[in-house]
Design a protein around this ligand. Structure first.
Ligand SMILES: Cc1cc2nc3c(=O)[nH]c(=O)nc-3n(C[C@H](O)[C@H](O)[C@H](O)COP(=O)(O)OP(=O)(O)OC[C@H]3O[C@@H](n4cnc5c(N)ncnc54)[C@H](O)[C@@H]3O)c2cc1C
Length: 432
């Protein structure tokens, strides 16, 4: 296979195209803009950043800093371009968005091995291809995917609950118990008194919400959240009645502590086997991030919670990856179609770039699963985890990584330790 089609010249598609072209593959890169725009893009440029111009932190004690260093080792093309377009932003890699997208577009257009074809693709190709049409995949292609995979395997928006670090919880307050003692090892619980519960509900009602993009408001108008299981924002549930939460997702039945039934209970579900990160069950939210910190820290046991990921709800087309993807990120029902970017179930600019690079390497170099200590290896595992239920998009966070055997007490040192272990493992893997 010396020629490859790539559909979508966003973050993932541009990374894959430049990487493969440099390796000598003939790439046809299909992009529907500017003829047909998405609701969020405003130019015809490749790798346009639709919202923030930040590719997040570069520090090794952050998950995005680690992901960048892993990408550097793996030969990312977009990372050095982004660095050459950087604007001052403390320890974050923020870019001049115009310059970044123009530079990527120029390198793609001038590359002798890339043909940039400006057209909308409405059917899946019959030849080897990478599909990376992003969170705003066009309607025609969405229908083609639905026909192939079944409507229930393609989601249209995220409803994400926050994830907190286990070592930031107050162990004197949270307790381990599954409802009616089922699945106990997987859950921690936060018990509310009456006063604590009503203070929390009150804060949810007052909390400042994220202003959805225009097209998102359009999208959410008429959406019946009940239709989508587990997707109603927690503040919307609170708005329906002050007792709605404690009769629903925060019901205390079966979660007695020392024989006593709390007034309400918020459950925390383990995000990984090492139980280093926990998801706030039912707390998908449209609250602004500082408000999430303030309000969720009112939950007993979460007073000093460290947020590994914030909750969000927004327009996003993504596949039920663990159900429809093979371990090599190709569709089970169309083994020549590899999927990357947001559509594959990752979240965030760098994560999209990372999966673009990953699929390119899987397709042409046949690389096997990356070491479990690496953050990209864990993102990959999440997308193809056969045991996954209720799949939600995943971003780089330290909660994905196995715990250190001897973690330093200092949190910064611990995070740096996780990063160094990952980079050592990746270097060794690549050396081998
Ligand atoms: C409104 C919004 C704001 C976001 N803000 C951020 C943020 O601030 N920070 C962050 O880290 N992440 C953000 N994300 C999430 C995500 O990281 C970005 O959307 C990212 O650009 C996705 O990369 P991608 O390569 O998967 O898709 P994209 O970068 O969107 O690229 C997909 C490309 O495919 C093209 N395309 C679609 N359908 C077809 C078709 N049928 N035929 C041909 N071409 C097609 C599109 O025009 C587009 O160019 C945001 C997402 C959205 C929707």
């Amino acid at each position: 296979m010396r020629s490859i089609k790539i559909i979508g010249a966003g973050q993932a598609g541009s990374e894959a195209a430049l990487y493969l072209a440099d390796k000598g593959f003939k790439v046809q890169l299909f992009e529907m803009r500017p003829e047909k725009m998405t609701p969020a893009h405003s130019t015809g440029l490749a790798a346009e950043l639709v919202c923030s111009n930040s590719l997040k932190s570069t520090r090794l004690d952050t998950p995005s800093g680690l992901l960048k260093e892993e990408l550097r080792l793996l030969g990312s093309q977009l990372l050095p371009i982004a660095e050459s377009c950087a604007v001052p932003a403390g320890h974050a890699l923020a870019v001049d968005r115009g310059l970044f997208a123009e530079t990527v577009t120029r390198l793609i257009s001038e590359h002798p091995n890339i043909e940039l074809v400006r057209t909308e693709i409405s059917e899946l190709p019959d030849e080897a291809c990478i599909l990376c049409t992003g969170p705003l995949t066009s309607d025609a292609l969405t229908r083609a995917l639905q026909n192939l995979l079944g409507e229930e395997q393609l989601y249209f928006f995220d409803a994400i609950a926050p994830i907190v670090a286990a070592d930031s919880l107050d162990n004197a307050k949270v307790y381990n118990k599954g409802r009616y003692d089922k699945g106990g090892a997987d859950y921690l619980n936060c018990a509310f008194t009456k006063e604590e519960y009503y203070a929390f509900v009150d804060a949810l009602l007052q909390g400042e919400k994220h202003q959805a993009h225009e097209f998102e408001s359009e999208f959410f108008r008429g959406v019946d959240f009940n239709y989508y299981e587990n997707c109603t924002p927690v503040e919307e549930l609170a708005r329906r009645g002050i007792d709605t939460l404690r009769h629903g997702v925060m019901r205390p039945m079966g979660l007695e502590r020392d024989g006593k039934k709390p007034f309400a209970v918020l459950q925390l579900r383990a995000e990984n086997r090492d139980r280093t990160a926990f998801n706030l069950v039912g707390c998908q939210t449209m609250l602004r991030q500082p408000e999430q910190q303030r309000i969720f820290r009112l939950i007993p046991g979460l007073e000093n919670a460290e947020f590994l990921r914030y909750g969000s709800i927004h327009r996003n087309s993504y596949l039920n990856a663990p159900k429809v993807l093979l371990p090599n990120l190709a569709l089970k029902k169309a083994r020549h179609v590899f999927v990357a970017g947001q559509l594959s179930g990752v979240e965030g600019y760098m994560e999209c770039i990372a999966t673009g690079l990953l699929t390119a390497k899987i397709m042409t170099e046949g690389i096997g699963m990356l070491p479990p200590e690496t953050i990209l290896g864990q993102l990959w595992r999440r997308l193809t985890d056969p045991d996954a239920t209720n799949f939600q998009p995943v971003n780089a966070n330290f909660g994905l990584l196995p715990a250190l055997e001897y973690p330093p007490r200092d949190k910064k040192l611990k995070k740096e330790g996780l990063s160094r272990r990952s980079l050592d493992a990746l270097q060794q893997y690549l050396g081998e």
